[in-house]
Design a binder for this molecule. Structure first.
Ligand SMILES: Nc1nc2c(ncn2[C@@H]2O[C@H](COP(=O)(O)OP(=O)(O)O)[C@@H](O)[C@H]2O)c(=O)[nH]1
Ligand SMILES: [Mg+2]
Ligand SMILES: [Zn+2]
Length: 297
């Protein structure tokens, strides 16, 4: 690829900015340029699944466990990572949980986010062809800023413009306590997603959206009927999804089996994951990957 001055350049996979061939990260959006190399090698565009949710809902932990399950061939999936950078996220999450800690906060700067790029197929299904997924772990604070004033993060608007589907993560423990806050945030978020995905305002969006109710270990009724939980506790989000999206499903997920409490060095009370027991982590991915094929995005 050449730029307007005839120099060789690499076009960013996320925001289409033309970067010098030597660039390691995109100068406009901060995404790693290694993604382009890997996409070119593969000769097919990756299906981007964007994970959305405000800070502290559990995105990093969820994604780390999802990738770990995929690489252990859970549910009949087979997954091949592209480069060491794709493995870093699951390695750090699993490493932290093994040490009975939760992972540290995701940094605000795009160049410090971890991007997971995997080649995946379902070994037990008839249509067992490979597809590529790109799952970035973004900072919730960046997403909040982007939702309030769109286009402040080129990486997020670029990602959504190219996403085949999205997972919207919500903190079920806060929603179950009766707070309207998670509903309002998710309501704003999904209306932002609608604006990015909608081709025609009159038509409903076809891209699959999996709404994942995280930390469901704290409110186990979520597992029995996630739809009913959402209809009761997240009614604004529920109604907007119903009006604007054709492919929405609700899931409950959690990664910890039991929690303890301790004091950190500053005397603050912190949660200690005593053991990891992922539940409902693979299902949203399974659903979304099937839907992506069905609607042929
Ligand atoms: N009870 C419970 N707490 C969780 C779970 N996953 C994450 N957490 C808590 O949520 C916090 C934030 O998780 P993290 O993945 O960093 O959230 P992110 O900011 O959305 O990436 C963790 O430090 C834990 O305290 C879970 O499955 N169950
Ligand atoms: Mg995070
Ligand atoms: Zn870019």
């Amino acid at each position: 690829m050449y730029d307007e001055h005839g120099y060789r350049c690499n076009v960013c996979l996320i925001c289409d900015h033309k970067n010098a061939p030597s660039a390691v990260i995109c100068s406009q959006c901060g995404a790693p340029m290694a993604l382009i190399e890997d996409a070119r090698e593969q000769n097919r565009k990756p299906a981007i699944i964007t994970l959305l949710g405000e800070a502290n809902v559990g995105k990093t932990v969820y994604l780390g466990f999802l990738l770990d399950l995929l690489s252990k061939r859970a549910g009949g999936f087979e997954a091949i990572p592209k480069g060491a950078y794709s493995v870093n996220l699951q390695q750090s999450v699993i490493g932290c949980l093994n040490g009975r800690r939760f992972p540290p906060k995701t940094p605000l700067e795009v160049e410090h986010w971890k991007w997971a790029y995997y080649q995946v197929r379902h070994r037990l299904k008839k249509s067992d062809e490979w597809f590529d997924v790109l799952l970035p772990d973004m900072a919730g604070e960046a997403l909040s800023q982007e939702v309030e004033s769109p286009k402040s993060y080129a990486a997020i608007s670029g990602l959504l413009a190219k996403s085949a589907g999205a997972m919207v993560l919500i903190d079920a423990s806060i929603a179950a306590s009766g707070s309207p806050y998670p509903d309002y945030f998710a309501y704003k978020l999904i209306s932002y997603v609608d604006q990015r995905f909608a081709v025609h305002r009159k038509e409903r969006v076809r891209n699959p959206i999996a709404v994942v109710l995280c930390k469901a270990d704290t409110c186990p009724e979520c597992f029995d009927n996630p739809r009913e939980f959402a209809e009761t506790n997240l009614v604004r989000l529920w109604n907007l999804c119903d009006s604007r999206f054709e492919n929405v499903e609700f899931f409950a997920a959690s990664v910890v089996g039991s929690l303890g409490y301790a004091h950190d060095e500053d005397g603050n009370v912190v949660q200690v994951p005593l053991h990891a027991a992922p539940r409902g982590v693979l299902e949203p991915f399974e659903w979304i990957s099937e839907r992506m094929k069905a609607v042929q995005l």
